[in-house]
Design a protein around this ligand. Structure first.
Ligand SMILES: C[S@@+](CC[C@H](N)C(=O)[O-])C[C@H]1O[C@@H](n2cnc3c(N)ncnc32)[C@H](O)[C@@H]1O
Length: 216
């Protein structure tokens, strides 16, 4: 009898967070999952899913080993990641660990794509960096913003736009337009524009994309 092949682990880019931005193929693969893995926020998008679920938080390294062993048991494993899996994503750790030949990666709409759409600018000429979970990158992010006319930065609660603005001012950079794009596609979505010094006074939600522009 032919040996049943191992199921590929499906990594699904779930877009910025609202179901309306999911692709039809993503929904199809999620509805066929036997095991569904993702953050609480992403799992909550699929209350109808009839699958064993694992919540992804700071257990992400441990979960990779679990993902690899579940797929060897021929389970249909689907991992939900935010935005696009090719953009600062947990997807990379999974693919590096178990190999692309054992994965199927389904693209999603990135938070930066939606941010650029919202402010009506192109992103083909932009640079990208992430400070999400990486305070060590602050100096590199500031240099990138200083040296380039269009830069999008992913930030988080701790590594936030105020830290960047403070460093920019210390470096003598005052003339950037800054777009703060919060909770994209979600209920509390908000797109605001500031200059470098006024950013220091505002409150920003944890989930945000910041776009720095040299424009009059
Ligand atoms: C681990 S990264 C994942 C990025 C994702 N792969 C993408 O393509 O958008 C998480 C960061 O993405 C950004 N992000 C994700 N969803 C967002 C949303 N709905 N609104 C604003 N920013 C979002 C935030 O900067 C967050 O800290």
């Amino acid at each position: 009898m032919a040996k049943k092949s191992v199921n590929k682990v499906t990594i699904v880019g779930c877009g910025p967070g609202s179901r309306k931005y999911l692709t039809g193929y993503a929904i199809h693969q999620i509805s066929n999952a036997e095991v569904l893995i993702g953050s609480r926020r992403l799992l909550a998008l699929f209350p109808e899913a009839d699958a064993e679920t694992y919540v992804l938080s700071n257990n992400y390294k441990l979960l990779i080993t679990r993902i690899a062993s579940l797929s060897k048991k021929k389970k249909r494993v689907v991992v939900l990641v935010s935005g696009d899996p090719g953009f600062f994503s947990y997807s990379k750790l999974i693919v590096d660990k178990i190999g692309i030949e054992k994965c199927e990666v389904i693209p999603g709409i990135s938070s930066v794509q939606l941010a650029f759409a919202k402010i009506g600018r192109t992103w083909n000429d932009a640079c990208f960096m992430s400070l999400h979970g990486r305070s060590a990158k602050l100096a590199a992010v500031v240099k990138k913003i200083t040296d380039n006319a269009k830069v999008a930065v992913l930030t988080d609660n701790a590594n936030n736009v105020k830290l960047i603005a403070k460093k920019l001012l210390e470096t003598g950079i005052k003339e950037k337009r800054i777009f703060v794009c919060e909770n994209l596609s979600l209920e509390k979505e908000r797109i605001r524009e500031f200059d470098v010094s006024s950013i220091l006074k505002i409150r920003v939600s944890d989930l945000n994309v910041i776009i720095f522009l040299d424009e009059d």
